[in-house]
Ligand binder design. Structure first.
Ligand code: NCD
Length: 360
């Protein structure tokens, strides 16, 4: 049984097949209208969401299946102190597939270890958001015609933005992708992505502080919201919240064939005047998100696109040091979960938490 917890859990070839299936669904949605008849998707959303949850639910309903779930931890047994492990064992007895969003990083990973049915990570804290990445890949492939040989600018909260983390990992596996990271000093792309993903694969990247420095050279501009809910220091959020604003004046500096993406919701980072620009692709992106989730559900349920039963062997882990220091890690709230760390280099000098990937 396969899960989707990290954006690299599917190989590049497997992702291609999911995107091809999504294209086929877009061409003829009616042909897929009964594919999930009798199947149930459970959406376990411990953290607020509009589009991701509704997108998953719309995807399952359009496949002829049904949905159940909760949209806040306070209305579920979590408020009584139930663990993720127990919740998915229970829900996995009712449903055929689970989509989970959690404010704690690594929670969907824990769910996948205990669930009797496939688990999809619908966003865990500031860590990963792999189905947004599938959405982004399908959007780029559909609008630019390729997933290789282009420059992508990523702008905004690159520190806490889980969509950025997942997309960087995924795009790094394609030929000739270059990154320009546009962020203030406080919200720069996490060091571990540079050390473990970009540097080993020899990927060209640049870090700049202003949109003006980068906008003229990118093929795709990925705007992101400053992630208010992840800031430990609220005054820092206030200081940084309006640091970037894409407007008509800046769009005039961009290439004629550039596309603007945004996982949404937007706050102030894209002026409404940009919406009418043909290069604004963020509302098209929303629709691609639903189709790609349809394709993913069909794939993980084994109805289309048979996947190999397991991706790779689990990495070796060690149970030291005794605790993960990331305050957002699932291990800080789930008593009894074994602490696990995996080595990030061959010389075994660096370790990261198996669940949230925070440096040990
Ligand atoms: C993103 C998320 O939840 O991480 N939204 C989404 O899923 N479409 C981005 C965000 O909240 O800023």
């Amino acid at each position: 049984m396969r899960h989707l917890i990290d954006s690299t859990d599917l190989s590049v070839a497997e992702i291609d097949r999911v995107l091809n299936l999504a294209d086929d669904i877009i061409r003829d949605p009616a042909a897929y209208g009964d594919c999930c008849k009798g199947k149930i998707l459970a959406t376990l959303f411990y953290e607020p969401s509009t589009r991701t949850r509704l997108s998953f639910e719309a995807a399952m309903l359009r496949l002829g299946g049904s949905v159940e779930g909760f949209s806040s931890a306070s209305t579920s047994s979590v408020s009584k102190g139930e663990t993720v492990a127990d919740t998915v064992r229970v829900v996995g007895s009712y449903a055929d597939i689970i989509a989970m969003r959690h404010n704690k990083e690594g929670a969907p990973r824990v769910a996948s270890m205990f669930s009797p049915v496939p688990v999809i990570n619908a966003g865990d804290g500031g860590h990963q958001h792999p189905t947004q990445t599938l959405t982004d890949l399908l959007t780029i492939r559909s609008l630019k015609g390729r997933l290789s040989g282009f420059t992508v600018g990523m702008c905004g909260d690159l520190k806490y933005g889980r969509t950025v983390h997942s997309l960087v990992k995924a795009l790094s596996r394609y030929e000739g992708v270059r990154f320009v990271f546009i962020a203030p000093e406080e919200l720069k792309i996490p060091r571990h992505l540079i050390d473990e993903v970009l540097e080993p694969a020899n990927i060209d990247y640049q870090e700049v502080a202003t949109l003006e420095e980068a906008i003229g050279e990118v093929d795709a501009l990925y705007m992101t919201r400053i992630q208010q809910e992840r800031f430990l220091d609220k005054s820092e959020y206030e200081r940084l919240k309006d640091v970037y604003r894409l407007d008509a004046e800046k769009m005039a500096m961009a290439r004629a064939d550039m596309i603007v993406l945004h996982p949404l919701p937007r706050v102030n980072e894209i002026a409404p005047e940009v919406d009418a620009d043909p290069r604004a692709a963020y509302f098209k992106q929303v629709k691609y998100g639903m189709y790609v989730r349809m394709a993913l559900i069909l794939t993980l349920l084994g109805i289309k696109n048979q996947l190999a039963p397991v991706r790779t062997e689990e990495p070796d882990w060690v149970e030291e040091p005794p605790v993960c220091h990331n305050p957002a890690c699932i291990t800080t709230v789930e008593n009894g979960l074994p602490q696990r760390f995996v080595y990030t280099d061959e010389s075994h000098t660096h370790k990261k938490c198996f669940y949230c990937e925070h440096d040990a």
